[in-house]
Design a protein around this ligand. Structure first.
Ligand code: 13P
Length: 257
């Protein structure tokens, strides 16, 4: 059985003080849902405070990006060794970073390798644009993103990687993919591609999230799909009640399996 993982990607929201106050309210309410992994990914500057506030709680911390080098003249960047001890997860390949900061498939692959080398777990985001979706290119495009992201990553590393399918047109728009559509892409463009690369057993064990306008009112439908193992959540993860509800629904949908 794959443990569901619900991760909140806070993007560029919440000051360090707001972040700490938020997780102090959130953590006690997320106790008792041990059938799901619960992760918050605050902005870099809030990570130390949040990590400290969450010590001894079941809520884990992730970063939203990382540089692939250990150190160097890279203004504004943060490396994997700098995140060690503070976070367990790190999102890479988010469409906003690909689009606004020019992150390429090669960079994402290098970031994945840097994270793994430092004992950190990548959450690798992939997803197509609206025009690619309308042109029927989704499967080929997402499959190629997956292949590129996993270049030279050995099968033993797979247990420490999560993939997130986030159609760009569904992010922050209130439009989500239909649960059936999302499951079909996750199955054909991600799990089957991983099966070709690593074999069926490894691919079946991989956790793959859906992301894009996930809210309490559509969560159960997504989590009821066989290939969707959790959610990467933006807007709804910024509200304590909504995030708690999402975790509750994930456990409801997957707990019994
Ligand atoms: P929304 O949930 O706000 O659509 O954001 C999704 C996302 O980009 C998570 O990484």
């Amino acid at each position: 059985m794959r443990t569901p993982i619900i991760a909140g990607n806070w993007k560029m929201y919440k000051t360090p003080a707001e972040a700490v106050a938020f997780v102090k309210e959130l953590a006690p309410r997320l106790a008792g849902f041990d059938a799901a992994e619960r992760v918050v990914c605050p902005p870099y500057v809030a990570i130390p405070g949040v990590a400290e506030a969450l010590k001894g709680t079941p809520v884990k911390v992730g970063a939203q990006n990382v540089h692939w080098e250990k150190q160097g003249a890279f203004t504004g960047q943060v490396s994997a060794p700098m995140l060690q001890g503070l976070v367990e997860y790190c999102i890479i390949g988010h469409s906003e970073v690909r689009q606004y900061l020019g992150e390429t498939d090669e960079m994402i692959n290098n970031k994945a390798k840097a994270l793994l080398a430092h004992g950190l777990k990548p959450i690798i985001a992939v997803g197509e644009s609206l025009s690619q979706n309308e042109a029927g290119e989704t499967e080929a495009f997402v499959g190629a993103q997956v292949q590129a992201a996993f270049t030279d990553i050995p099968v033993e590393a797979l247990a420490n990687i999560v993939v997130a399918y986030e159609p760009i047109w569904a992010i922050g728009t209130g439009k989500s993919a239909s649960p059936e559509q999302a499951n079909a892409i996750i199955k054909r463009a991600i799990r089957d591609v991983l099966a070709d690369l690593y074999g069926q057993d490894a691919a079946q064990a991989m956790r793959i999230q859906y992301g894009g306008s996930v809210k309490p009112d559509n969560m159960l439908a997504f989590m009821s799909q066989p290939d969707i193992d959790g959610a990467l959540v933006g807007g709804a993860a910024l509200k304590v009640n909504d995030f708690v509800k999402l975790v509750e629904l994930a456990v409801e949908a997957k707990g019994a399996r």
